[in-house]
Design a protein around this ligand. Structure first.
Ligand code: HEM
Length: 423
């Protein structure tokens, strides 16, 4: 017998003219603005904080169509933007630009095939013991303290160590990596993340220099990590240049790091502010069940997913999206977070329902750029949430939700801190 889900009011769309996007208030709760856009301007031309004009797509059917539309290219350089504008750190560095999120077939097909082996559910399952070890070690670090900031002490380091292992970054270098990744996060401002300036630019430089050196070192001493695999592929006539290998390592780091930090952070926050849902998950874990954990992570991806907007796409030809005519070269930004709350696709979309089964969310994207790291992200999030709820069962939020600061942005959305208490 399944108890009825609690009634939760639907998010009220803002009233009046187009809401201000990309402010602190928007970062803290973008959903009323998204409800307004879905209702009044589902394909909406707006000026981004950088001054660039772009289209925002907020309804589920339009979003899904745009993500798979071959008339929308991912290549920023081919579309009249010689410096590129991608929202991804490293966009000013031509050598780092040739990664999966910036290219179209046939290059995309070739490069994606090379790394897809590393992300089959079977390969990723071999990571389980390591994810378990990292998670347990991180919890051991604060379990006796009675309080913690779960972003800095838990959600942030976990994916960094996992990606370092995946790439083959030696243990003694992983803390440097952790510091550089931290620089990328700290320097973001609302509406401006991804614009590499100051600290972000410096962090990108450090990571890039380190990766070039690591590729060089691995070439002399191949292992069973992903960078060694990429080198083997380039040595066996798979047409992978050294720059492409470095760009691949870089995008795996970028795409797999802050996303996972935010899935764990936003997910824990959603659980802590929905006690009935959290209690249900906790008792199912106590019974040794995992089915609810799996649907819970999918629902957390839908309800408040880490990726607010999919990365940039550009029209290669005039086309119609929703009721708007898009011109060649126009940037199109698909708002995954808005599409995943679209009442035309999801039953009671503003309700967090960990048992939700009909849940084709777009949190990992859709089409040929669908997140290649999804199996790893799921493994990390499921293990992280389960381990925390099991080991610290009386976890409570140590701040008023209104006092929490969000790291808002064009591509990702997540908490700056998540202070908690426990006994
Ligand atoms: C692509 C989300 C974790 C690697 C994407 C896209 C989304 C996404 C939405 C598509 C972007 C677009 O179409 O513009 C997420 C979320 C994650 C996560 C929500 C965690 C919760 C990871 C991890 C890795 C990873 C752990 C690898 C270690 C990638 C790569 C791509 C990608 C390489 C580009 C794929 C392509 O263009 O073919 N991700 N991601 N992601 N993701 Fe993830």
């Amino acid at each position: 017998h399944k108890p009825p889900a609690p009634l939760e009011p639907a998010v009220e769309p803002l009233s009046g003219p187009a809401p201000e996007l990309f402010s602190w208030e928007f970062a803290a709760d973008p959903y009323p603005a998204y409800a307004w856009l879905r209702e009044h301007a589902p394909v909406h031309r707006t000026t981004l904080p950088s001054g660039v004009e772009a289209w925002l797509v907020t309804r589920y059917p339009d979003a899904r169509q745009a993500l798979a539309d071959t008339r929308l290219s991912k290549n920023p350089v081919n579309h009249g933007r010689s410096s590129g504008r991608t929202g991804i750190p490293g966009e000013r560095d031509a050598d780092l630009m040739t990664h999966l999120l910036n290219i179209d077939p046939p290059d995309h097909t070739r490069l994606r095939r090379l790394v897809s082996k590393a992300f089959t559910p079977r390969t990723v399952a071999t990571f389980e013991p390591r994810v378990r070890e990292i998670t347990d070690r991180l919890i051991d670090g604060f379990a006796a303290n009675g309080s913690a900031d779960l972003i800095h002490e838990f959600a942030f380091p976990l994916p960094i160590y996992a990606i370092c292992d995946l790439l083959g970054v030696p243990a003694e270098d992983q803390d440097d990596f952790r510091d550089w990744a931290g620089m990328m996060l700290r320097h973001q401002k609302p509406g401006q993340p991804g614009v590499p300036r100051g600290g972000v630019g410096r962090a990108v430089k450090k990571i890039r220099g380190y990766l070039a050196e690591l590729i060089h070192r691995k070439r002399a001493d191949l292992g069973d990590d992903l960078i060694s695999e990429l080198i083997r592929a380039s040595d066996h006539g798979e047409h992978l240049t050294e720059n492409e290998a470095a760009a691949m390592a870089f995008i795996l780091l970028f795409a797999g790091f802050e996303t996972t930090v935010n899935l764990i952070g936003n997910g824990l926050y959603a659980l802590l502010t929905h006690p009935e849902q959290r209690a249900r998950l906790q008792s199912s874990l106590a019974r040794g069940e995992t089915a609810l954990l799996a649907t819970a992570v999918e629902e957390l991806l839908r309800y408040d997913g880490p990726v607010e907007l999919a990365t940039w796409r550009y029209a290669t030809t005039p086309l119609t999206l929703g009721d708007q005519e898009i011109n060649t070269g126009d940037p199109v930004l698909v708002v995954l977070a808005a599409a995943d709350r679209d009442p035309s696709r999801f039953d009671r979309p503003d309700l967090l329902d960990l048992t939700r089964r009909d849940n084709p969310h777009l949190g990992f994207g859709h089409g040929i750029h669908y997140c290649i790291g999804a199996p790893l992200a799921r493994l990390e999030a499921q293990y992280a949430l389960a381990a925390l709820l099991r080991r610290l069962p009386d976890l409570t939020l140590a701040a008023e939700p209104a006092d929490l600061r969000w790291r808002g942005g064009l591509i990702m959305r997540g908490l700056r801190q998540l202070p908690v208490n426990f006994s």
